[in-house]
Design a protein around this ligand. Structure first.
Ligand SMILES: Cc1cc2nc3c(=O)[nH]c(=O)nc-3n(C[C@H](O)[C@H](O)[C@H](O)COP(=O)(O)OP(=O)(O)OC[C@H]3O[C@@H](n4cnc5c(N)ncnc54)[C@H](O)[C@@H]3O)c2cc1C
Length: 716
């Protein structure tokens, strides 16, 4: 009701403004005509004229009516630069804030409710950098004044903030217009305000945001560091906490550019990837694949044979592989590269100080200009009643635990249908376990397209994995030595007996116990960082799993470059971490690899796209290899060969994808891939054939008709 009344009032005032043609009084010509009259009035009753001008200005701006620029000139002409500026500055800011409040009152709730999800990014941006955005918009008066008021009213920005930023931000523009008003008699037109001198002022205004940005950054830094004493000298340029992918690469880069860098690792050099993640899982996958190929020898013209192997030896090989890769990440190698490696637990005690509890029990304290936090993530263990009692393994423990077994667990439950769960479920099934995989979501590998999930499911099922999607694990139970997990599906419960359970339901960033709490560094699921990977303290960075949003070794090392370079050279030039082209692969058989958008994401985000598919069952090399299944699916901009995303399912999909990753990174389209020679017969030809499918679908049909006629004519 109140809203309707306000709307009606605004509509009436605006209608009156146009119906009585009040706008005619707010033109430069009418102003110049009436200049003398206004001046005489002002001499008679200066306060009254000032009051009316002020109220009129507020009214015009709050109702978003045209004429504010002319009013600024008029006020400048009447009151001179100082008083005119004061008057316009307050009137325009109050008017703008009223317009902002009206827009908020009338529209914000409805708009936020309706488009809440889509506005999230904007809301987050406003919460984080709203002051700066508004300040810039106000400084450079290229964007309509009234639109800024109305649009900002729809965001979560506080009215008080809006008011003061507007007042400060508009000051320079106000000065320009009021100053022009003081020379009203000489003004030929409104556009005449933009004399060369004034144009120069606007150029200066353009530079202002950068200066303002720096100033705001400087203020923020001062506030953040206020309670800490900065050492006069530093022991190190960089301290890196964590010796996984992100930490190793950060330290490597620092040493390569001759910085004094210390890398601290509490446990095993190489972190999760080497010791519990990529390396052991891929070693296991290889053995499991060979076992499966032996089982299906007939597909290769051999006798099918149940593979005869010792599970203990398979697991020993996994450890051998880790040992063979370990020198790449070792203390010796990094020391040789110029990194000081300390083995112990690090804790940040001040923005420039790190305390290390060395593994030999001694303590060391180091000061440093910058810090990179690269503490990684650990397996998330679901709070499932009874889980601790029945016992479980995670990716952290299974490699050692299973290495003690002579045979793969007979009945294995894998909790989780993400990439890690799928890789492990398939591998252990191939190595002889009866595997039941439990996933709460309606399908496994839910980030991928439906058809990919379905293919993955079919592949796992073909290897004997019983995949239970849409099943919620509710509790575990123990009866003597027997272990059970109870799952719920469509209101029914099922009790599954198992010998071993792998919890693979995700990994959570390591955020506690090394100083983030004490320093007040904000965290959510990961350490909160800005685009430069800076935490709250601009000299403390985060990279890898602890920073997110991706949890891959290659993204960890990608971020490490930004963190290290910004940490060492950020005072001169900073780089925003670039996530525009991020590939990944799930190493089930057949592999699933992706870069950029898939169909479901493109649809959800309203990205216009075309889909081109090439089925690998037609590929000569895949047929020869007995792996003729899967596809290459490319999303492109409609009518263009620009690649938006690629999903490959098939043998060595992760390797095949590299060509598309390169193409996307460097803006090469499908025509370029088609015009590139691919060796025959290779799996990589699938990429070229996918590009060929796209080309065929975009062949110029009209031209082909004419070509057909041309050739017919040439035949005589
Ligand atoms: C089973 C499995 C399979 C995977 N497969 C793949 C794959 O095929 N491809 C892929 O790209 N990714 C894969 N990943 C993910 C990959 O392992 C991680 O993304 C990667 O290891 C992250 O590296 P990081 O440097 O961020 O963290 P981490 O490798 O976890 O390293 C962090 C290190 O910091 C140390 N640390 C923590 N706190 C402190 C402290 N206070 N003081 C000193 N040291 C500390 C830890 O001991 C640890 O060594 C897999 C993960 C798992 C679990």
């Amino acid at each position: 009701m109140k809203r309707a009344a306000l709307l009606l009032l605004i509509a009436m005032l605006a209608t009156a403004f146009f119906a009585f043609d009040l706008h005619q009084y707010l033109t430069l010509e009418s102003l110049q005509e009436k200049r003398e009259e206004f001046a005489a009035l002002k001499v008679q009753s200066p306060w009254l004229v000032a009051g009316v001008a002020f109220a009129g200005y507020v009214l015009v701006t709050s109702l978003s009516l045209p004429g504010a620029a002319v009013m600024s000139l008029a006020i400048g002409a009447l009151f001179g630069l100082l008083w005119g500026t004061l008057l316009v500055s307050f009137a325009s800011s109050i008017g703008a804030t009223l317009a902002f409040l009206v827009s908020r009152y009338l529209l914000r709730d409805a708009i936020q409710q309706r488009f809440g999800d889509k506005l999230k990014a904007i809301n987050d941006g406003i919460a984080k950098d709203g002051v700066l955005y508004l300040f810039m918009l106000r400084l450079v008066p290229a964007f309509p004044f009234f639109l800024i008021n109305l649009l900002m009213g729809l965001t979560p920005m506080r009215a008080r903030t809006f008011y003061w930023v507007s007042q400060v931000g508009m000051l320079a523009g106000t000065l320009v217009f009021v100053n022009a008003g003081t020379q009203l008699a000489q003004l030929q037109s409104l556009s005449g305000i933009l004399s060369p001198g004034l144009l120069f002022s606007f150029v200066l205004l353009g530079v202002f945001p950068m200066i303002a940005n720096k100033f705001i950054q400087w203020l923020q830094r001062r506030r953040v560091y206020a309670k800490w004493n900065r050492p006069a000298r530093f022991d190190r340029n960089l301290i890196v906490i964590g010796g996984g992918a992100a930490g190793l690469v950060s330290a490597y880069i620092a040493a390569a550019v001759k910085a004094k860098v210390t890398l601290i690792e509490a446990h095993k050099m190489g972190g999760d990837c080497l010791n519990y993640g990529c390396v052991p899982s891929k070693a296991l996958i290889r053995s499991a694949k060979l076992a499966q190929q032996m089982r299906h020898g007939e597909r290769y013209g051999l006798n099918a044979n149940s593979p005869d192997f010792s599970f203990r030896k398979v697991m020993a090989r996994v450890h051998d592989v880790i040992a063979k890769v370990a020198p790449h990440d070792s203390v010796e190698r990094y020391t040789g590269l110029g990194v000081e490696v300390l083995q112990g637990y690090a804790r940040i005690t001040a923005p420039w100080t790190v305390e290390i509890k060395l593994n030999d029990g001694t303590m060391q304290k180091l000061t440093t200009r910058s810090i990179v936090i690269a503490t990684g993530a650990r397996p998330f263990v679901p709070p499932l009643p009874g889980l601790e009692e029945v016992g479980y393994v995670t990716s952290d423990t299974l490699w050692d635990k299973f290495a003690e077994l002579d045979e793969a667990p007979k009945r294995l439950v894998v909790l989780g249908g993400g990439p890690i769960g799928c890789e492990l479920a398939q591998s252990f099934a191939r190595l002889g376990s009866g595997v039941i995989q439990i996933e709460m979501a309606p399908r496994i590998m839910i980030r991928e397209d439906l058809e990919v999930s379905e293919l993955a499911l079919a592949a796992l099922a073909a290897d004997g994995v019983e995949v239970l999607t849409g099943h919620k694990a509710v509790r575990c139970e123990k009866e003597g030595e027997r272990k059970f997990i109870v799952v719920e599906h469509d209101g029914q419960t099922r009790r599954i007996e198992f010998d071993a359970l792998i919890a693979a339901v995700g990994r959570s960033a390591r955020l506690k116990g090394f100083g983030l709490e004490e320093l007040g560094i904000p965290v959510q699921r990961t350490v909160t960082t800005n685009d430069y990977l800076e935490t709250l303290y601009p000299n403390i960075y985060a990279a890898g799993d602890v920073a997110g949003p991706y949890q891959f070794t290659h993204t960890a090392s990608h971020q490490a470059w930004y963190a290290a370079v910004n940490a060492l050279f950020g005072d001169f030039k900073r780089f925003k971490a670039d996530y525009s082209v991020i590939p990944w692969s799930t190493f089930i058989d057949p592999e699933v690899a992706r870069v950029g958008f898939n169909e479901q994401e493109a649809r959800e985000q309203g990205i216009a796209h075309e889909v081109t598919r090439y089925g690998i069952e037609d590929l000569d090399r895949a047929i020869a290899d007995g792996s003729a299944h899967g596809f290459v699916k490319v999303l492109t901009v409609p009518g263009k060969d620009k690649i938006l995303g690629v999903t490959i399912v098939g043998e060595h999909a992760g390797d095949l994808l590299a060509e598309f990753v390169l193409a996307m990174k460097h803006g090469l389209g499908l025509n370029k891939i088609l015009g590139t020679i691919h060796i025959y017969p290779t799996l990589a030809e699938a990429n070229k054939y996918a590009a060929g499918e796209w080309k065929r679908a975009h062949a110029p049909q009209n031209l082909l008709v004419w070509l057909e006629r041309f050739h017919a004519w040439r035949r005589g």
